[in-house]
Design a protein around this ligand. Structure first.
Ligand code: HGY
Ligand code: MN
Ligand code: MN
Length: 412
């Protein structure tokens, strides 16, 4: 198949999207339903309309960009990713899968190929957990992994509900209408940067994902006793921050002690109240991210954390409450989809490795409703979620080519 992936066009679009951001380059910030997110959505929809594709949006802003096949009644083949970006992040996480997916469709169209099954590019709403505290909001709703009641229970930092925010952004309708049935798609393939160092280290241009790690995130509230930093003597203190610090270290120890390199745990948020130099902390809030490719090992880390919280609470005379925000199963990718992408690599003499994904993606939830896999491309030093995140035009073009031919085979 002679495909002309227009790398210059794709690089320009990636660069244009990168500057639609709440903060100056090279950092990127595009929080779901913010003015920058809405600007980027409008820009993307225009790009897709210019490519002659049909565009529709659901009640939470998941956007479906469709290339009608010759047998439109058959379940379509889908690809896609996200364009929301956490603060101080990079310009390739997610965007490579959306703009690379668009370029894959345009290259196929321009080659004269006609798919039997329609091919649909999906821009998922809020893959990042930034605004509502949970990742993959759009794909969770699509796959039935999240109760639509979250419409009124999820609130952002300003206390606004998901319903208020999404409807003022123009996305109306009942949230339950976002649900797609199993079988709605015949397959899903997501192109994404690896967000790890393995492909670059091995000098391999393509990774094909066989499994996606099981993520969990927890909110931990520690309530102690505050007081005057000079007057409260050490033996009588119930310092909420120091208790929280011990809990964060216990979480690190839990991850390091499983014996598996796939066990990771992060305390990424720590808020101290009242947060004054001469006042003993009376309250501390932690947010912890705990993952492993093995779900039971991940649950073992959570159990260790719960034990540590009880021990610290008793010894320090503080109250600790744990809220599990999400605790998802890992996903196994579909062997037939994996094999199709591997065949494409072999046919083009492109080396590829089978690998797991330690980051979570919308594919984690798409795998619940259709056969799914991912195509990874290398990113420099494995860096991601940082402004210096980088993937070369050649790597992106190669990933886009493999995606295009994989979609063509699946849609034929
Ligand atoms: O955190 C993740 O794994 C994804 O990048 N949101
Ligand atoms: Mn990310
Ligand atoms: Mn991502």
């Amino acid at each position: 198949m002679t495909l002309n992936v227009q790398s210059v066009r794709l690089e320009k679009e990636l660069a244009d999207l990168a500057i639609i951001s709440a903060i100056p380059a090279p950092a990127v910030e595009r929080i779901v339903f913010s003015e920058h997110d809405l600007h980027a959505r409008a820009w993307l929809k225009q790009l897709c309309a210019d490519a002659g594709l049909d565009v529709r949006e659901d009640a939470v802003g998941n956007t479906f960009i469709r290339w009608q096949g010759t047998s439109p009644e058959l379940p379509a083949i889908a690809t896609g990713s996200h364009i929301d970006a956490i603060p101080h992040s990079g310009r390739f996480d997610g965007t490579v899968g959306v703009l690379g997916g668009l370029e894959a469709i345009r290259a196929l169209k321009e080659s004269g190929f006609r798919p039997k099954r329609s091919i649909e590019l999906i821009h998922f709403t809020s893959e990042e957990p930034t605004r509502f505290g949970i990742g993959c909001l759009g794909s969770r709703l699509m796959s039935g992994a999240l109760d639509p009641a979250c419409d009124t229970t999820f609130r952002d930092n300003e206390g606004r509900t998901l319903r208020e925010v999404r409807t003022s952004a123009g996305f109306t309708g009942d949230l339950s209408s976002t649900r797609l049935p199993v079988g709605h798609y015949a397959g899903f393939v997501e192109l994404h940067i690896e967000q790890g160092p393995l492909l670059e280290k091995r000098g391999v241009p393509i990774g094909i994902v066989t499994a996606i790690a099981a993520p969990a995130s927890l909110r931990i509230l520690v309530e102690g006793e505050g007081g005057h930093a000079g007057a409260v003597l050490m033996p009588t203190r119930h310092d909420a921050f120091l208790a929280a610090a011990e809990i964060a270290l216990a979480l690190e120890a839990a991850a390091r002690s499983t014996g598996a390199i796939d066990s990771v745990a992060t305390t990424g948020v720590c808020e101290v109240f009242p947060g004054l130099v001469n006042s003993v902390p009376s309250r501390a809030k932690l947010e912890a991210d705990i993952r492993d490719i093995d779900g039971s090992r991940r649950d073992g880390m959570i159990a260790s954390l719960e034990t540590a919280c009880a021990e610290v609470a008793a010894r320090r005379g503080v109250r600790v409450t744990i809220e599990v925000v999400n605790r998802d199963a890992p996903a196994t990718c579909d062997p037939a989809i994996v094999e199709t992408a591997a065949e494409v690599c072999r046919a083009n003499d492109i080396p590829c490795d089978l690998m797991v994904s330690r980051a979570y993606h919308d594919s984690l939830f798409m795998a619940r409703i259709c056969p799914t896999s991912m195509i990874f491309i290398p990113c420099r030093n494995g860096v991601s979620h940082r402004p210096d995140e980088y993937s070369s035009p050649d790597a992106i073009a190669t990933g886009t080519r493999v995606l295009a031919e994989t979609l063509a085979r699946l849609a034929s």
